[in-house]
Design a protein around this ligand. Structure first.
Ligand code: ATP
Ligand code: MG
Length: 389
């Protein structure tokens, strides 16, 4: 008897001829995530992935926690693997149910069996009936309920036999590294970490840029963004964070441009700098946490003007979401508590009393002309610090 983990994937099946590329990437990502958990074998077989360990002290629970943060996995099950011998299967069923009843006050169950190996003497309904009766004999407190059982004992008879009762949902999405690269504009707020996570979920490698306005924004604000990037990196198999000094640019804009246009011009500079960084790291898109109408700089008019600053596509995965929908995801991916820590963000330091909600593109371009764009951007880029998280 061996404790192993069974991993299922779904969307990869739609990939036709490219299926292998997606499967192999998923296997590699699993190996990387579990690499420091001892002697581990990750095996692909019949559109499933099995994680097996040679160590008796293999921490299945810890492995499952890590697997649940790997995109491309639909679900995982801790599984007991035994030879496909009917007597062994019967004994193991009793052991698996016994372990389960030690921790849970279950009263009803059913058996679901699948026979993949047609040489096995019993067919699936026979396995269900026989093992079900055997369980009932051994655990008089249990009853069968085929419609609403407290637990299901799954038995899959293949070359070997797998028994389990739990199907734990995975992160879904597509394996990291199969979707190209994108650069996220990451602030310390609630929205941008969620936006980054959503794009990463589609298999995209992430790079992040944070604009830091020291001393108007403190080192604690910077640490908060690093922490958020680390949270995303748990899902995205790592992330590179570029910290761009932004004070000089903000002071210049503040001094030389009409105040109601401060925010929009500042947002255009963020876009332009992010695009320079993105082009260097091979990104195919920028990502922001904007949603229509959330604040003055996120009206459709404002986003038209910010978009105009760059030629790369700007992905805004939250565009049609309400704030509480975003918060729900932020809680799920555990960025919310960090995001709400009360450190100032650079946009709240330099805000106009009455920012335009419907900026005009031609006016924006006119107002921007007084700025020495190349010098400002090059200076910011040459003082950018990059962290590998
Ligand atoms: P968030 O919760 O992500 O901060 P927000 O609702 O506060 O978003 P804004 O401050 O208008 O919205 O920012 C819109 C988007 O611009 C953010 O989602 C983020 O992608 C980007 N952004 C804003 N400030 C910064 C910053 N200091 N560094 C990097 N990106 C930023
Ligand atoms: Mg913000």
């Amino acid at each position: 008897m061996e404790n192993i983990i069974l991993i299922r994937y779904e969307e990869i099946f739609l990939k036709g001829l490219n299926k292998n590329i997606f499967e192999n990437r998923l296997v590699d990502n699993i190996k990387r995530k579990l690499s420091n958990m001892g002697n581990i074998r990750v095996r692909k077989s019949q559109s499933r992935i099995y994680v097996e360990s040679g160590n008796s002290d293999f921490d299945v629970e810890e492995a499952i926690i890590r697997l649940r943060k790997i995109f491309g996995i639909a679900s995982v099950s801790p599984v007991v693997k035994v030879p496909s011998d009917y007597e062994v299967i019967k004994d193991t069923a009793i052991k698996v149910v016994g372990d389960l009843l030690e921790k849970n006050s279950y009263e009803t169950f059913k058996v679901e069996a699948r026979r993949g190996d047609k040489n096995f003497p019993l067919n699936s309904p026979q396995i269900c009936a026989e093992i079900g009766a055997h369980v009932l004999r051994n655990f008089p407190r249990l009853k069968v309920n085929v419609h609403y059982p407290d637990f299901i004992l799954y038995i899959e008879v293949r070359e070997e036999t797998y028994l389990y009762s739990q199907i734990i949902p995975g992160a879904r999405g597509l394996p990291t590294g199969t979707g190209g690269r994108a650069t996220l504009l990451l602030s310390g707020g609630i929205d941008s970490p969620v936006a980054g996570w959503m794009i990463a979920k589609r298999g995209v490698d992430m790079e992040a840029v944070y604009f830091h306005s020291y001393p108007y924004t403190s080192d604690r604000a910077r640490d908060k963004v690093i922490k958020l990037a680390e949270k995303i990196s748990e899902w995205s198999m790592g992330i590179r964070l570029h910290i761009v000094p932004f004070t000089e640019i903000q002071l210049e804009i503040n001094q030389k441009c009409p105040h109601e246009y401060l925010t929009i011009i500042m947002r255009r500079y963020m876009m332009k700098i992010a695009q320079r960084i993105a082009e260097k790291n091979g990104s195919l898109a920028l990502v922001t946490g904007e949603a229509i109408g959330q604040v003055a700089s996120q009206t459709m008019e404002s986003m038209l003007v910010t978009n105009h600053a760059v030629s790369l596509p700007v992905y805004r995965p939250l565009i049609g979401m309400d704030k509480n929908e975003v918060i729900e995801i932020a809680r799920k991916i555990d960025t919310f508590d960090t995001s709400i820590l009360p450190y100032e963000d650079c946009c709240t330091v330099f805000v106009a009393k009455h920012p335009v909600t419907k900026p005009s593109l031609s006016k924006t371009l006119e107002y921007e002309k007084v700025l020495d764009e190349e010098r400002l951007i090059n200076e910011a880029l040459s003082n950018t610090e990059t962290l590998n998280l």
